[in-house]
Write a protein that binds this ligand. Structure first.
Ligand code: UDP
Ligand code: MG
Length: 322
């Protein structure tokens, strides 16, 4: 198989309105750039006609590949599947909703060939998000950079270009709870960025609901920091200390004040307080255990329904059927 210079990985979840324009813009750009390339669409259980459109494109353009999941597995997993199946020397991850302008791939490519391993696109502004989402993102990045040991670049999504060596390392990271931008930051190498203005979604509904975003944020924090666990311990100590003071005070007033405390209010407060902290701590531990469970089960990351990629990965062996 001839080596390919550039792979473009596009996760798809209900993007029928964007696929034609997206393909046209990328295809035009690739022709303009004149590099050998492949475009890989990963259909992440779309409920619309996305896969139909993708297969139609595949039948007229041999540089286009598709991977069709058996159901919706999530954006990070769709991208991971693309990474496992691509063969380019350089690999681009891009969203399908045209929020990341495809034309920027040229700038990313021109920068990475200067001798970097990862070049990510950093948002100078974002017109897309509601106030709640914007502040949520901000808070999340702030917390993450404070409590994790690694530096995850602010205001970046997964829109980036990586060199083959980075992609190979990334594939080897067998964790099930994917938080790719964190994993890539963790890997190190020579990383650089270019800045851009993020557009609004061209068409269709965002596939990331608040629930999915919350899960992603939690995965990011829990995979990259033990701080929440430590927080539980610290809170535990704090409450234990507080209750010690309370006990001393109660004993003191019982013996020396001849005035026993009224009791009810303080009792309720301490029970609720301690109960709350305990539940919080158990919750935090539970989140970690849930993830350990996920890793231990060793389920496959995703299940394929169909693909036109002949290369298969099995036990890290590439079996090439061509
Ligand atoms: N996506 C996906 N699976 C999902 C949700 C989203 O493959 O479960 C894809 C989606 O089609 C898009 C990209 O991931 O190409 C980013 O999704 P979205 O635009 O909804 O995210 P946001 O821009 O809100 O972060
Ligand atoms: Mg989007």
């Amino acid at each position: 198989m001839k080596p390919i210079e550039l792979s473009v990985i596009i996760p798809i979840f209900n993007e029928e309105l964007n696929i034609p324009t997206l393909y046209e813009r990328i295809n035009r750009l690739m022709k303009h750039m004149g590099v050998s390339h492949e475009i890989i669409f990963i259909n992440d259980g779309s409920k619309d006609s996305s896969i139909f459109l993708i297969k139609k494109i595949c039948s007229s353009d041999s540089t286009v590949k598709f991977i069709d999941f058996s159901r919706n597995f999530g954006h990070q997993i769709a991208v991971s599947a693309g990474l496992e199946h691509c063969i380019g020397q350089y690999v681009v991850i891009i969203d399908a909703d045209l929020q990341d302008p495809p034309e920027l791939i040229k700038d990313l490519y021109e920068k990475i060939v200067k001798g970097f391993d990862v070049v990510y696109a950093k948002r100078r502004s974002r017109k897309d998000k509601s106030f709640i989402k914007k502040s949520g993102y901000k808070l999340f990045y702030k917390i993450l950079s404070k409590i994790s040991q690694i530096e995850i670049p602010m205001d970046t999504g997964d829109f980036r270009i990586m060199k083959r060596n980075v992609v190979n390392e990334l594939i080897m990271m067998a964790e099930n709870n994917k938080f790719l931008r964190g994993q890539i930051a963790w890997l190190g190498f020579e990383q650089a960025y270019i800045e851009y203005d993020r557009d609004v979604r061209a068409a269709g509904e965002p596939g990331y609901s608040y629930r999915k975003l919350f899960r992603l944020a939690l995965d990011g924090i829990i995979s990259f920091s033990n701080m929440p666990l430590r927080l539980a311990t610290i809170l535990g100590f704090l409450v234990f200390f507080l209750s010690l003071i309370l006990i001393c005070y109660t004993l003191y007033s019982y013996f020396f004040n001849s005035l026993t405390p009224q009791g009810w209010a303080s009792l309720m407060i301490s029970i609720l307080f301690i109960g709350g902290i305990q539940l919080l701590s158990i919750g935090i531990i539970g989140e970690y255990i849930g993830r350990i469970q996920n890793e231990v089960r060793k389920r496959p990351l995703y299940v394929l329904k169909d693909t036109n990629i002949v290369k298969k990965y099995h036990d890290n062996l590439i079996i090439d059927n061509t």
